[in-house]
Write a protein that binds this ligand. Structure first.
Ligand code: C5P
Length: 242
């Protein structure tokens, strides 16, 4: 199916490319993707290797940068970490919703403090609900009796009460999250796979078009783009085909 031009631009502006690579590869991908996507995601692999400087390099290239460290610790520690991530120039950051209300509130405070210190925009804090790599059996193994959908709804309600700007969930739970959070909130979905891409270790996947139709505001897409022989072409194929 080929998307209409306005649909294509909506899809393009929703894409966040997950750069789970070494710095050399990530910078090369950023140069290739400049002008084709607006958002890059720096996760643990890149951040732990390179530190906050890598975020600044991407913001100076004009990207908005989602720093996805999935913070999960006592509120004091998370507040400090969120403050530093905000100071690094992130436009979005993540905490685990399962870390609880006080921890999510601390992340929001930290993000406000860090951006106020730098005079920059406050990053949006996103609460990670249930990792898209977990299925029913994997959740049961860690003591969660609920199916992923029920657990996502429970954690999304808690996230809303904790003052975060949105959640991260699988595309399959995006509609439920959108219904709970309302039209303005961010609903960010990893586990996005065009029909031509491998599923890899993701368990709960959907196509880009289906994720947007379900209510996602942003789509995190990593390996279908970063592992493609021609990453720029992979982006254009996603934008065109959905
Ligand atoms: O390569 P792929 O498209 O599977 O990358 C998905 C990205 O989304 C990874 O960077 C991963 O850390 C992140 N993520 C996820 N599931 C979540 C939250 C984030 O896969 N629930």
């Amino acid at each position: 199916m080929t998307a209409l031009p306005e649909g294509r631009e909506r899809l393009r502006s929703s894409i966040i490319v997950a750069l789970d690579t070494d710095a050399h590869t990530a910078l090369s991908l950023a140069h290739t993707l400049r002008g084709r996507v607006e958002h890059l995601k720096v996760g643990m692999t890149l951040f732990y290797a390179e530190g906050p400087g890598i975020v600044r390099q991407f913001t100076e290239m004009g990207f908005s940068v989602f720093v996805d460290l999935k913070l999960h610790d006592i509120p004091h520690q998370v507040r400090g970490a969120a403050r530093e991530v905000a100071r690094a120039g992130a436009s979005m950051l993540t905490v685990h919703a399962s870390g609880g209300r006080a921890m999510m509130e601390a992340a929001v405070h930290g993000a406000c403090e860090g951006s106020a210190e730098c005079g920059s925009d406050t990053p949006d804090v996103l609460a990670v609900t249930v990792l898209t790599s977990l299925d029913d059996a994997a959740l049961a193994e860690v003591g969660v009796a609920a199916a992923p959908a029920g657990q996502v709804e429970l954690l999304t309600r808690l996230a809303r009460e904790s003052g975060v700007q949105g959640v991260v969930c699988s595309p399959r739970e995006a509609a439920a999250a959108r219904a709970i959070l309302g039209p303005e909130a961010l609903v960010v979905t990893p586990g996005v796979r065009p029909l031509w891409a491998a599923t890899d270790d993701q368990a709960r996947v959907a196509t880009p078009a289906d994720a947007l139709a379900a209510g996602a505001s942003h789509l995190v897409i990593g390996r279908p783009i970063t592992g493609a022989s021609q990453p720029a072409l992979a982006v254009e194929r996603i934008v065109t085909e959905g």
